[in-house]
Design a protein around this ligand. Sequence first.
Ligand SMILES: Cc1cc2nc3c(=O)[nH]c(=O)nc-3n(C[C@H](O)[C@H](O)[C@H](O)COP(=O)(O)OP(=O)(O)OC[C@H]3O[C@@H](n4cnc5c(N)ncnc54)[C@H](O)[C@@H]3O)c2cc1C
Length: 545
Amino acid sequence: MMSRSFWGWGADGSGVTPAEQTMLEARVAPLVGSELSWQQSPEIGQISLPATRATLPDSLAELLTATPTDRASHTYGKSFRDIVRGLAGDFSAAPDLVAYPATEADITRILDWASEVDAILVPYGGGSSVVGGVETPVEVRGDRPVISLDMSRLSGVLEVDRHSRAARIAAGTYGPALEAELRPLGLTLRHYPQSFEFSTLGGWLATRSGGHFATLHTHLDDFVESIRAITPTGEWESRRLPGSGAGPSPDRILLGSEGTLGVITEAWMRVQDRPHFRSSFVGRFTSFSGACNAARLLAQSGLWPQNCRVLDALEAFVNGFGDGSSHLLLVAFESAHLSVSHVSQAAVEIVRHAGGYVDSGAGQGGERPDRSRFEGNDRSTPADDAERWRDSFLRAPYLRDGLLRLGLISETFETAITWDRFDEFVEGVRAATIAALLAEGCGPTPILSCRLTHVYPDGAAPYFTVIAPGRPGVERLKQWQAVKDAAMDAIALLGGTVTHHHAVGRDHRRGYDQQAPATFIRGIRAMKKELDPTGMLNPGVLFNC
Ligand SMILES: Cc1cc2nc3c(=O)[nH]c(=O)nc-3n(C[C@H](O)[C@H](O)[C@H](O)COP(=O)(O)OP(=O)(O)OC[C@H]3O[C@@H](n4cnc5c(N)ncnc54)[C@H](O)[C@@H]3O)c2cc1C
């Protein structure tokens, strides 16, 4: 298995490239109006970790480790705060032990031992959480030992039911491995969150991840046939069914449970035939609201494009798409069986009618393999705009770490809102975030850009990106917290969701507490007490035990 960076995104040594460094300096420095210099990445030999407070039991010695690299790399997820603390060599919240179970029986043994010693257990997929979902802060753990339960050895496509077109997949399978195993069978899950390279099926299920499809099947939920999990008090497995109206769905309860109710070990997932027909085009608009209105019309048209993403002009420029003079609507269709030219042409007409400029001849489509990096970086012909967007989308986490090494604040906030409140909502969140950035001294010209990641007939998911100069040291974290609080408060006040797909974790608890009905939280906490009586699983994530 490849060796992962213990503090940032990607494999060891795969960070931002020299060409990307030059691009970041050229594109971002003039925008934020600040002198930039590169901070060195930390070395594992230079960091100090708190002493381990748990003794390795002999009976589990082959499953547990306490090496500095294992403990450091399982301390945090990959949020702004996580990377900044990692860069500063602060690993004070390191778990005491890291467990690598290879079977469900191993998980049961670890859970039993954790219960005996009153340990905290944190299910760990790829560790790409951006909401504090895999960290146990010092104030939460108290005297209890913390064990990070890394699921990476429970990996692979275990069984394929070609007839029903479903696959049983182990929870610790990373995105690229999952697709690599399905590809020779002509199948695909087609779930591509931006964290695809370093996140797992179990993590996607536990957080109700949002992926490839910008319309219709936006979250992973729709592709779940059944889920299997191990809870501290027993197994949980739902029946494989194409649909069922039998009471509250056991799958829907585990989906989004964020490691608090049980450890997801595998799932039967609805897979698809690989697409062969593709068509894509770009609509250019003079206003962001014009581009969003066109996306609304497409979402309500019943054409269901796979990609339907709006980038405001700034977002497009920072990501290397154009000169920043147009707001872009990226549209793509795909199908395994039928040409998509006719739907693509219909979409071109809708976009033109809504005031967008589309190159003549665009959206013709045809039979074409996918050449984006999602599909293994096999590129014999130049990528089109949709593929270029997906490639740059995959590189973005590496660039984000680069921005943090430049001393900047770089954060994203995502939410969803119905169309009737959309314009007022986006303006309100923008205004509150910019005001907080200026009040925190992140000036003179902080970048705040917006894109729509997913669109629905009744609303959309706006995604805001902030890039701004920060003060050195812990001051940068204080500035970030103030800006994040202001953005979250504005989202709550204006009626949006605290998260469309980044999950709740610890960082979005305040918003989740406001959003979820109090009686529902009481009910789910009662269920947790039944399944996890010692409160070992991820205490403080989603709700208090
Ligand atoms: C750069 C970047 C881009 C991202 N883009 C997207 C995106 O496009 N769409 C999106 O939805 N999210 C995105 N995320 C957020 C994150 O990748 C998702 O939440 C993802 O689903 C987490 O998967 P993971 O395997 O890394 O889980 P982890 O981060 O390891 O864990 C996430 C949560 O799930 C729990 N968990 C993990 N595995 C299991 C299991 N087997 N059983 C029970 N609980 C478990 C953990 O305890 C934790 O609470 C992004 C994150 C980053 C850093």
